[in-house]
Write a protein that binds this ligand. Structure first.
Ligand SMILES: [Cu+2]
Length: 333
């Protein structure tokens, strides 16, 4: 089948998702609740992977000409009214659900619907297509929503350890055979065999590879993912897993403070090198403390370190290309 009716997206078209009314960079606490409005367009198309292969995806996109996988990350405040309009441009029926908020709205082919809900407990939540679970989520229909405590700009939950900046790290793993079956309206019939591993929709590139160091293509340099700061720039990482593979998230340079586990506040804050991340919508909230690396000799206050996942396959693409997987860079400036 020709792909003339589908969007063809090089990964460079995917950026620009951290700004906007509810965006990360513009977040300031408010005394009063507000109404946050966002429109998502369900679109479909092909996104080129690190080995040059085009893979089919659907996304909750910010306009009809884009294909955003994941959808734009949203930050709201406890008590806000959130009004989401979903325009389904496709010929297939979909749903829009928000974890922890009792939202699960159908949006039939070619139609649009709006849902309003009140932002509940502070935390990190998926929005996703709950229909044909998990296939529509796996084919790209997912994103992250943060609910900030009322009037606070530096806590994950009331009384949590504090941070000065925050990022979403939304991981995904992709079996292109499954994506193609879903495109064709069929249920995948083969064992799940992921070949691509992404962080906020992008994969890493080794030096010298096409697209290496390009922030639009290389997850090491994508400003949504790359962790950059000076000593003291404590950074909240909202870590989410839209894929099916369980992972071990390893930040180099500093240990992280492990605050929550699948939406539950941990009884003690552990300082950890690796943190377990469940598959199939696992989540955790971490703070990277931006301290001088503890074991460095001679002592240092700057440097470049990786964050990678510890499953070997997650650092590859197409079944064997090393460093083309879910990885980013940590920069102590
Ligand atoms: Cu490691």
């Amino acid at each position: 089948m020709r792909r003339r009716t589908f969007l063809k997206i090089s990964t460079g078209a995917l950026l620009g998702s951290v700004t906007g009314a509810a965006g990360i960079l513009s977040w300031t606490p408010r005394a009063e609740a507000s109404t946050i409005e966002k429109t998502f367009f369900i679109t479909e198309g092909y996104i080129e992977q690190p080995d040059g292969v085009d893979v089919y995806f659907r996304g909750f996109s910010s306009n009809t000409n884009s294909l955003n996988v994941p959808g734009e990350s949203l930050i709201v405040q406890e008590g806000d009214t959130v009004r989401i309009t979903v325009v389904n441009t496709l010929g297939t029926n979909h749903r829009f659900a928000v974890e922890g908020h009792g939202v699960d709205m159908s949006v039939s082919a070619g139609s649009q619907r709006t849902v309003s809900f009140t932002a509940r407990s502070p935390g990190t939540y998926f929005y996703h297509d709950s229909s044909n679970t998990p296939y529509n989520r796996l084919v790209g229909l997912h994103g992250g929503l943060a609910v900030m405590p009322r009037g606070s700009s530096d806590e994950v939950y009331d009384g949590s350890p504090r941070f000065v900046q925050q990022k979403f790290w939304l991981f995904h793993d992709i079996d292109p055979v499954w994506n193609q079956r879903i495109r064709d309206g069929r249920t995948p019939g083969t064992q799940y065999s992921p070949r691509y591993f992404t962080l906020n929709g992008l994969s890493g590139r080794p030096p010298g590879a096409p697209g290496a160091h390009d922030p639009n293509i290389d997850s090491m340099y994508d400003p949504r993912s790359q962790l950059k700061g000076s000593i003291g720039d404590r950074t909240l990482l909202r870590v989410m897993n839209a894929g099916l593979c369980q992972q071990s998230v390893h930040c180099h340079g500093n240990h992280v403070e492990w605050l929550t586990d699948n939406g539950n506040i941990r009884p003690d804050v552990w300082s950890k090198d690796c943190v377990y991340l469940e598959g199939d919508m696992g989540k955790c909230d971490l703070i990277y403390p931006f301290e001088p690396p503890a074991d460095a000799y001679p002592p240092v206050n700057t440097g470049h370190y990786p964050m990678h996942l510890h499953t070997e396959m997650s650092q590859t693409a197409g079944g064997g290309l090393y460093m083309f997987g879910a990885i980013t860079e940590i920069v102590l400036e």
